[in-house]
Design a protein around this ligand. Structure first.
Ligand code: NA7
Length: 532
């Protein structure tokens, strides 16, 4: 089979890419490992899974009718509702018929002007362009802990939670991992469990999420202001309509600062990471917000020793992904919940019936691994596409990810990768991010096809310049100080430590993309050599 475009993935970016290809009159095949659409939101169906961006923003903006017909029930949508939304999008735009589901991509190579993709079903799909909408949080991190295979109880990964929700009531549950997923799951698991042990290697900052059902008045207000809301998001730092407080922390009086922080804390969610404009770039400003958050932990958690264990010590607030929770800290006041600090007592092995640390053995019927992902690069390097001269992505990225505009890779012509390194990715609203990157790729593809160009590839110097710019943008922030962060790949053994997302803001990123397109794609080599 030979098509214009092969799209890998049926999440936010993949579905939109298929839709845009069809609208542009291109033939397209979508390949998706899951049995249905949803991407990250298909797999991450663990108890408490919820998006930390408001529902009305974390949704496509490209179609007015879609936007006005769909009604979000809550301020922060839970996983089933986001999945239902993506199901609705797939049906509404008739996207499913372009997909082969339960089809893993196991390899891809470019030769004679075309990509040949190999799948787990033994098929080969040939296409001019390869659009990798493979997700930034999709390659599951399954840690290699001694004895794992000996465990006789039930084992689940939050990132690959069974479709049939397991009944965990009355069981002894151990949760390994305290990132967003663990932090969201813990309060719910604590209510179900006979006992819950939380194995924490690194504490994270988390801000309570004051979630509530949207009232009809809320929804009417949002409908009325949607155009303006979307306009503000389009060029905002994180792709949402929210900004920071109007003054730097260091320019505000202590009382004013405190009011601003309380306001943000009560509004809830990840926005606390950016209460003040200088909070992510000036340590002294960050310290003010950090100390405020730490005081809240000490206030909520009744056992002072547990509170201290829950307070991060290795990074400024917000430089690792700040989490959003529904009662996480208060969960540690329950009699059936225990926190185990793995920095003090590391896991030595998993036994048949639990977890043995350096100090004790914890009996568990169920182990829940909330151990994260090989983020941003993992999904792509696991496919490891091969270019025309035999170079693989893993060779090209041996010193860290090298991209042009976070979308293209030198030596891999006609390949686009979405929400990966070199783009704002996890620092921005994924729905709008997908639209912006896919629009850019489709614009280039249509332009190339119209001009008889058969290969488009970034020049190495252009990719180096962009990647240097990504590093410089990170250096202007406090992000690189979080040395144990998955933003730097620190959670994956052997992964090159490089700050991967573009930290210069979603709006600025979008301007770069617009500018390169408007100027006729400087930085790209456009070849007409190979006849299709
Ligand atoms: P994260 O944020 O990567 O969290 C994974 C957690 O698992 C984190 O606390 C890790 O500790 C811990 N971990 C990983 N491997 C181990 C081992 N071997 N032993 C003990 N603990 C371990 O993933 P999430 O799924 O929670 O969240 C990812 C993003 O999804 C989130 O930020 C949102 O954007 C949505 P560590 O910090 O590495 O010491």
């Amino acid at each position: 089979m030979s098509v214009d475009a092969i799209v890998i993935g049926a999440g936010f970016a993949g579905l939109y890419a298929v839709h845009r290809c069809v609208a542009a009159g291109l033939t397209v095949v979508g390949l998706e490992a899951a049995p249905s659409v949803g991407g990250t939101w298909y797999w991450n169906r663990y108890p408490g899974a919820r998006c930390d961006v408001e529902s009305v923003d974390y949704s496509y903006s490209f179609d007015e009718d879609l936007q006005s017909d769909w009604t979000w029930s809550e301020r922060f949508a839970a996983q089933p509702e986001i999945l239902a939304y993506l199901d609705h999008v797939a049906d509404r735009f008739d996207l499913r018929r372009h997909y082969q589901f339960e089809t893993d991509v196991v390899g891809a190579r470019f030769d004679a002007g075309q990509w040949t993709v190999e799948t787990s079903t033994g098929d080969r799909v040939v296409g001019r362009f390869l659009l990798c909408a493979t997700g930034c949080l999709s390659a599951v991190n399954r840690p290699d802990i001694p004895g794992l295979d000996d465990f006789a109880g039930e084992m689940y990964y939050t990132a690959a939670w069974p479709r049939e929700d397991p009944d965990l009531r009355g069981k002894k549950i151990g949760v390994i991992g305290t990132g967003s997923s663990g932090i969201q799951a813990v309060p719910i698991l604590a209510e179900q469990a006979e006992s819950l042990v939380v194995f924490q290697r690194s504490p994270n900052y988390t801000v309570p999420m004051p979630n509530y059902p949207w009232s009809s008045a809320d929804l009417q207000r949002i409908r009325d202001e949607y155009p303006e809301r979307r306009q503000r998001s389009a060029y905002a730092a994180a792709g949402t309509p929210h900004g920071t407080y109007h003054k730097n922390a260091l320019d505000a009086e202590p009382g004013e600062r405190l009011d601003a922080m309380w306001q943000r804390w009560r509004d809830g969610g990840v926005l606390f990471a950016k209460t003040f404009p200088d909070q992510t770039s000036v340590l002294e400003a960050n310290d003010i917000a950090r100390r405020f958050a730490e005081d809240r932990i000490r206030e909520i958690v009744t056992d002072p020793a547990v509170a201290e264990d829950l307070i991060p010590v290795d990074h400024p607030i917000g430089t690792k992904r700040i989490c959003t929770d529904a009662g996480y800290y208060a969960t540690f006041n329950r009699d059936n919940v225990r926190l185990v600090n793995l920095r003090r007592e590391p896991i030595e092995e998993i036994t048949e019936d639990g977890v043995r640390t350096a100090s004790a053995t914890y009996a568990c019927d169920v182990l829940v691994f909330a151990t994260g992902f090989d983020a941003l690069t993992g999904a792509m390097t696991r496919i490891d596409p091969k270019g025309p001269d035999g170079q693989r992505l893993s060779d090209i990225w041996v010193d860290g990810p090298l991209t042009f505009l976070g979308v293209m890779v030198p030596r891999l012509p006609n390949l686009f990768s979405f929400s990966g390194p070199g783009s704002p990715s996890v620092l921005a609203n994924m729905a709008l991010h997908a639209e912006v990157q896919v629009d850019w790729a489709i614009g280039l593809m249509v332009d190339a096809l119209g001009r008889g160009i058969t290969e488009v590839e970034p020049r190495r110097d252009a990719a180096l310049a962009w990647t240097d710019g990504v590093a410089e943008a990170a250096e202007r922030t406090l992000f690189p100080r979080a040395q144990s962060s998955w933003y730097l790949g620190a959670n994956i053994e052997g992964k090159k430590r490089v700050f991967m997302p573009y930290a210069g803001g979603f709006g600025n990123y979008r301007k770069y993309l617009d500018d390169v397109a408007q100027r006729g794609y400087p930085g790209l080599v456009l070849t007409t050599g190979v006849a299709w």
